[in-house]
Design a protein around this ligand. Sequence first.
Ligand code: SF4
Length: 371
Amino acid sequence: MKFTPAKPPLTGETLESLTARLREHGEPAYRAKQILEWLYKKRARSWDDMTNLSKSLRAWLADTFELLPLSLVHGKQSLDVTDKLLLELTDRSLIETVIIRAPQEGVGLEHSRKTICISTQVGCAMGCKFCASGLAGLKRDLNAGEIVAQLLHVCYREDARTPRARQELVSFDNIVVMGMGEPLANYEAITTALKITNADWGLGFGARRITLSTSGLVPNILKLADEPLGIRLAISLHGATDEVRTQIMPVNKAYPLAKLIPAIKAFSEKHGRMVTLEFILIEDVNDSLDQAEKLRDIAADVHAHVNLIPYNTVEGLPWKRPSIARQEAFANILRSARVSVTLRREKGHDIEAACGQLRLKTEKEREAANA
Ligand code: SF4
């Protein structure tokens, strides 16, 4: 489901595409670099900030592009381990972007390591049973500019807090493409956005610090394996047998484990890097010791890291998180086979299941207000 905005966002332009647009308008090619430098390096917040461009060029830019295609609707002012930003797009659609801070000893929260979790669609069509983002289905895809703009918006926000951000261009350490939406169902937009994020004329952010998470769209995992992007891959596995996985992830009907596992292997062989298997632990759904043994075997086979995420309750959904004793017993089965495993403990990190709740709540409030 594509959306064509009245004006395309500047954040969706590559150096090549912007150069071509400017040439058509009779401008020299070097203007494109100047404009992107204003956007990403000098953090221009209005066209008039771009003082080395003529007034007529600034007027043309304002008529042709949206500078930043989103604005903040809701975001706490106080620093917390997890900051959820509710952002509104030009058609009033809502998306969530999350800043996750890793508290470090002796370092204030504003200087701790930050991971930014970005969305790629408004809603999601994949229908994973445990996820708030999928509850209302897919509204539309984000375009590349809307994806990049989430990161730029975080830069604006964090620049004001941490002076180091301006020197280092971006103020965060990792990007995870794990927010609302299935990124590989919006393939062109996410790959273009990641090119812009990584390019030296863009945000200049290292590809190795970007992780894309997919529910398992096998053909596009294989396509991504052929891209020279150099990003990391995570798979939302959440079930170690077809029976359990299909129960909570409808995508498994089209791409069962017999298709998914070879695709994971193909990606990690091409990129020479460990893939991460994400596994949300849900009581009496996928937390049996038999599931742990099957997960251990898959992880050993594809040489993957396993990230165990105790389920975070979602309003309106019946699932629960297992007891700590059960979580530990599950993790120990993997540990005892020397599988690399992380069991998340920190509060507020359980973003995957919880993602989308803020948007749903706000949309319901809007509907009630309009009724
Ligand atoms: S977990 Fe991801 S892929 Fe599944 S419904 Fe939620 S957003 Fe979509």
